[in-house]
Every structure is written in structure tokens, then in C-alpha cells.
Design a protein around this ligand. Structure first.
Ligand code: G6P
Length: 617
């Protein structure tokens, strides 16, 4: 989703801004631009639809002497993907230049008010209304005092905004400052040596800042090259809380891999090891989850758990439901974060609310968390990004430590989330009915996972062959039962996301109630058939598909039990304890989606229309 960058300091700003924008490309965007203010107050502004490289190729960044400026990658919301709609936007008087992430819901009212005052617009965006409203407050002198008249104009304008924003504003009248503000969309201030950066995500700082200030909702900052002042939108002064950036956590290089998604699939052993590290008790029978910040007594009072998330993280919640209900016998409900916020479901007083978000910035998930907090519930979070808004605002939680995930399609973060949910199931289970020996069995299963993941990854060449065979097919079905039903959903989502093939996931037996109508030689079905009590039921479903000439791709831990001719293609996964099997079942569907997308020539890491971190509702 939109990326914001800003620089003020002693270096040439343009190369820093372009580098920062490139580092944030993974967030997903469709156009890019920068605006620079030279020391003499002259403004240079370039913006283009398409990749950052398109915009950058049209300018020789080194030629621009300016030492301050702002930049943006836009993910279109209001108005099509055009040069005119790309950011930065300038007020019609030319004195204020702004980049914006978020949605201004009342922009039409703003525009008609401003049009009545003679302001003009050159884009269809909501953002352009705001930069003109800033200009209006500046000109109308609704602001008092001369020294901070620029910041006051921004503050006054923001008081009229309904919606969300992360903004950075510059003006040739104030060549030594960048005004930033946030409500709902992330905004960080990076502190370098005699220079300051602003960005919507740490990666935009590209190693140039050693420390960071996370702006909170409702705060504005005036950023200068060697200090910054922060106030609330109610004009209260705010003390800067400076945090050190752990660049080891924030850096990801492609190395010998072709795509980040491929790299991240192959990093799952390490990601799972990190998720488990330090979280197993010495007697190997339960988990240690001190990050939950709740006493054993408080945890015993929990009668129900609600999970909220979006996208792939929502699928992790569904796996959590199976695991926690099975091992801890606590009823679990799963809601789409976006639905929870507005559906206002009744919740028992002893409900614990968990949100899961790789980025920790997804606005719907963040708002679900805030809604639960507002109602007085204890809210916990599972996130991968240290210091993210969700991590900061939850009462406690568990970091994934998966390492930076760059590919838009989430892979290692998903399997890490599953493992953390299994640790939660184990922990709650051992506080209730799960015996010491059952606990130890699960711990052993968890500890065996890294090796089993390596074994599963050895199937890559086979999956690649299968992918080439089916890459041109227009529709896919994914079927699984019990905890593999969410993995079927995830398989369908992965394929849609990066290869643009229509795909649907269903509980295997439910297939007869509609989706079977799709079965034909052009619609392959990926079906999970793993050992256990429902193995034979799933085999029957596979036969029903075969009888209708639908190609069957079977993912199974029991290839030896599959009759000749039942499946067109088999991907074998190692045998494992049922508590950890979803992790292994997931890997083939990730690889299948990846290799199909590659075979179709798709831009795997930057799929069309998608964003890594969705910061608008
Ligand atoms: C976007 C991404 C998905 C991700 C979802 C939730 O849609 O493309 O891959 O699963 O957001 O993201 P989160 O960061 O909250 O896990």
C-alpha cells in the first residue's frame, strides 16, 4: 500500500528518496513521485504512473542539489492510475506539497467548500483536497503565531478530516522543515547523524537511521535536520520516545533466489525455529508464553477466545480454532477483522481477544483490536513486525520472529503463525485437561518440525513439474477437511494472488453441495488426503472428482495407500503428528502457486493490485 518517504539533512535528497521508495516497493503500488525543495526555495516535482524505476529513469537524481524532499508510492483509491493522480500533490497556490496515505472520507465536501473559495484541482484524489485545505488555513490566518504557522495550518486542516491519514507536507516558504502527521496510517521518523528521514515503514530508511520515533495516532511533528517537535492534534506537547532500529530484523536480501516469495518458502525451517526458540518448558511438556502478560490465574478465567485478522492471517486464525478447541477445549470464534468492527457481536465477559497480523499495520485488524479494547477486553496480538502499531497497542502478545517478509503473498509468516497458535493451544491445554504425556507428544512434534520442513521442501522439483503441467488451466479447486480446510482456503488464495487463476477452497465433503458443478477436465482439484480418521472419506471425495474427469492433485502423507489411477499427480509430505501437519501441508500449496505464477510469467513479488500491508479500510 502507499509508501511515504521524506528526507532533510546534508546529503542530496533525490537519491535518498528514490532508494527509500525502492525499498518500500514490496508494499504494493501503482505510481511514484518525489518533490524537492532547493536551498533557494525552488521546487522540483516529478511523478509518473508505473514503477519507481520509470519515474527515476526520467530524472537524473544526482543532478538535483536539494537537501530536502518527500516521495510517495501510490496504491490507487480515489481516481485511476494516472500521472495526475500520482503523489505528491500541490495546493493550487503552489506553496504546499503533500504526500498522503489513507482515505479522506469527507473529501467531496472539502473540495466543494474550497472550489467555492476559488481553489482549483488537477487530480481526482481525496489527497488534493487536504493539501488545499492546508493552504486555506494558512491564507485565512485561522492560525495564530508566526513561528509555527505552517504546522498550525496543517493541524487546523487535519481537525476537519474524517478518515485516515499518514502525511508529509513541505513548503518552499519553509525549506528547513517537513510536517508529518498520522491517524490510522503508519508514520515513522528516522534519526540519522545530522539528518532526519520520515517513512511509512522502517525499510524506507534503508539503513540510514539508527533510531526511530513511531508517531502515534493524533500526533503531528515538525521534523528538522537535527531535531523534531511532536504535538498532539489538541496542541499538547509530546515527549519523543526514541527506539533503536534492529537492522538485522529489518533487512532482507534476495541472495541466489529468483524471487522473495521463493526465498521465504525456503526460509520456513529458520522461521519456525525462531518462533519456537525459548518458548518450550524445561520439562518439555508445555509452552512458555510470557509475552501474553497474563497471570496463570487470569488465563484460567478465560471461557472463550475470539480471533480477528485479514487475508492469510485469517486462515491462521481458522487453524488456531481447530488446534485450541482440540487441545485446550476452549471455544474459539474467528471473525474477519473488517466484519468484527461493524457487526458488534455479543461477547462473553471472559473472552480473550487475539489479533494476528504479519505486518502489524493492517488497518482493519488494528481497528478490530481497538474496538475490543474499547469494550474492555484483554487484547493480545501475534505479529511479525517489532514496534508495529498493533504490537504497540495490544495488551501483550507474541512476536513471530519470522524475519522480514517481502513477498506480497505471505508464506513463512503464515506457517510461523500456525506454530505460535499451536504453542497457545498447548499452553492453555496444559492449564486445563491436556495430560503431561500428551503435552510432551505435542512438544516432540513441534521440535521435529524443522527437519520435516526440510524434507517437504525437497518436493520442490516435483511440484515445479506439476505446476508447469497445469499452469494454463483457468480454474482450480482446493479441498481439505478439519484443520486442512483452512489450508485449502490458503491454497486457493495463494494461487489467486500471484497467478491470477480463479480458485476456490472448500471443506472436502462440502464439495458435493455446489463446487462439484465446476469439476471438469479443465478444473484441477488439489486435495489433502492425510492419514487419520477421515482419510477414507477424503479418498471417496477424490474418487467423485475422478469419476467426473476432473484432474486430481493429491497432497498426502500416505502415498503408499493411494490406489493406482486415483490421483493424476501426488505430492508426498512426511508423516507427522497431526498437531503440526498443517505446516507441512501448506508448503506444497505455496510451492504450487509459486511455480505456476512463474510459469505464467507473473510478477510474483509484486502481484497486480495487491499490497503487502493494507493500511486503508
Ligand atoms: C494483504 C496481504 C496478505 C495478508 C493480508 C493481511 O492482503 O496481501 O498477504 O495476508 O494483507 O496482512 P497482515 O499483515 O495483517 O497479516
Amino acid at each position: 500500500m502507499c509508501g511515504i518517504i521524506g528526507y532533510i539533512g546534508g546529503k542530496q535528497a533525490a537519491p535518498v528518496l528514490i532508494d527509500g521508495l525502492k525499498r518500500m516497493e514490496y508494499r504494493g503500488y501503482d505510481s511514484a513521485g518525489i518533490a524537492l525543495i532547493n536551498d533557494d526555495g525552488k521546487v522540483d516535482l516529478r511523478k509518473r504512473k508505473g514503477r519507481v524505476s520509470v519515474m527515476a529513469s526520467e530524472i537524473e537524481a544526482d543532478r538535483f542539489p536539494a537537501h530536502m524532499g518527500i516521495g510517495h508510492t501510490r496504491w490507487a483509491t480515489h481516481g485511476g492510475v494516472t500521472d495526475a493522480n500520482a503523489h505528491p500533490h500541490t495546493s493550487s497556490c503552489g506553496r504546499f506539497i503533500m504526500v498522503h496515505n489513507g482515505i479522506i472520507e469527507n473529501y467531496e465536501n472539502m473540495r466543494s467548500f474550497l472550489a467555492g473559495k476559488g481553489y482549483t484541482f488537477s487530480s481526482e484524489t481525496d489527497s488534493e483536497a487536504l493539501v488545499n485545505l492546508i493552504s486555506y488555513h494558512y491564507d485565512e490566518r485561522t492560525v495564530d503565531g508566526a513561528a509555527d504557522r505552517f504546522m498550525e495550518s496543517v493541524r487546523k486542516a487535519l481537525l476537519h478530516v474524517e478518515g485516515t491519514y499518514g502525511i508529509a507536507v513541505i513548503s518552499p516558504l519553509y525549506p528547513n522543515e517537513i510536517i508529518v502527521a498520522r491517524k490510522g496510517s503508519p508514520l515513522l521518523i528516522g534519526i540519522g547523524n545530522g539528518e532526519r528521514l520520515v517513512a511509512s515503514d522502517v525499510s524506507g530508511f534503508a539503513g540510514r537511521a539508527q533510531n526511530v520515533i513511531y508517531l502515534e495516532d493524533g500526533q503531528l511533528a515538525c521534523v528538522k535536520k537535527d531535531f523534531c517537535d511532536i504535538i498532539t492534534n489538541g496542541k499538547q506537547e509530546v515527549e519523543c520516545v526514541i527506539k533503536e532500529i534492529d537492522w538485522e530484523l529489518e533487512t532482507a536480501e534476495l541472495g541466489s533466489y529468483r524471487h522473495f516469495m521463493q526465498k521465504e518458502i525456503f526460509e520456513q525451517r529458520k522461521a519456525i525455529e525462531n518462533a519456537i526458540r525459548g518458548r518450550i518448558s524445561d520439562d518439555m511438556s508445555t509452552a512458555i508464553l510470557s509475552g501474553l502478560n497474563m497471570s496463570a490465574n487470569e488465563l484460567r478465567q478465560i471461557d472463550r477466545i475470539l480471533f480477528c485478522a485479514c487475508g492469510t492471517a485469517w486462515h491462521a486464525c481458522l487453524v488456531a480454532e481447530y488446534l485450541i478447541e482440540k487441545y485446550a477445549r476452549i471455544p474459539v470464534e474467528v471473525e474477519y477483522a473488517s466484519e468484527f468492527r461493524y457487526s458488534n457481536p455479543p461477547l462473553d465477559k471472559n473472552t480473550l481477544v487475539f489479533v494476528i497480523s504479519q505486518s502489524g499495520e493492517t488497518i482493519d485488524t488494528l481497528e478490530a483490536l481497538r474496538e475490543a479494547k474499547r469494550k474492555g477486553f484483554k487484547t493480545l496480538a501475534i505479529t511479525n513486525v517489532v514496534g508495529s502499531t498493533i504490537a504497540r497497542e495490544s495488551d501483550g502478545g507474541l512476536y513471530q520472529y519470522s524475519g522480514k517478509e517481502v513477498g506480497v503473498a505471505s508464506t513463512k509468516a503464515f506457517t510461523s503463525q500456525i506454530v505460535i497458535c499451536l504453542l497457545i493451544a498447548l499452553y492453555f491445554g496444559r492449564m486445563r485437561d491436556l495430560s503431561f504425556s500428551d503435552g510432551r507428544e505435542i512438544v516432540e512434534a513441534i521440535k521435529s518440525l524443522p527437519d520435516l520442513i526440510d524434507e517437504t521442501l525437497k518436493q520442490a522439483p516435483k511440484v515445479e513439474q506439476i505446476a508447469k503441467k497445469y499452469a494454463k488451466y483457468p480454474d482450480f479447486l482446493f479441498l481439505g477437511r478439519l484443520e486442512e480446510y483452512p489450508i485449502a482456503l490458503e491454497g486457493a488464495l495463494k494461487l489467486k494472488e500471484i497467478s491470477y487463476i480463479h480458485a476456490e477452497g472448500y471443506p472436502a465433503a462440502e464439495m458435493k453441495h455446489g463446487p462439484i458443478a465446476l469439476v471438469c477436465p479443465e478444473c484441477p482439484t488439489v486435495i489433502f488426503a492425510n492419514s487419520g480418521e477421515i482419510f477414507h472419506k477424503v479418498i471417496s471425495n477424490a474418487k467423485e472428482i475422478g469419476a467426473r474427469n476432473g484432474p486430481v492433485i493429491m497432497i498426502t502423507d500416505s502415498p503408499e495407500s493411494i490406489d493406482e489411477g486415483l490421483a493424476d499427480d501426488i505430492i508426498a509430505i512426511p508423516k507427522s503428528h497431526s498437531s503440526v501437519r498443517t505446516v507441512l501441508s501448506t508448503i506444497p500449496i505455496q510451492m504450487l502457486a509459486y511455480y505456476i505464477a512463474v510459469a505464467r510469467g507473473c510478477d510474483v513479488d509484486k502481484p497486480r493490485n495487491l499490497a503487502k500491508s493494507v493500511t486503508v479500510e
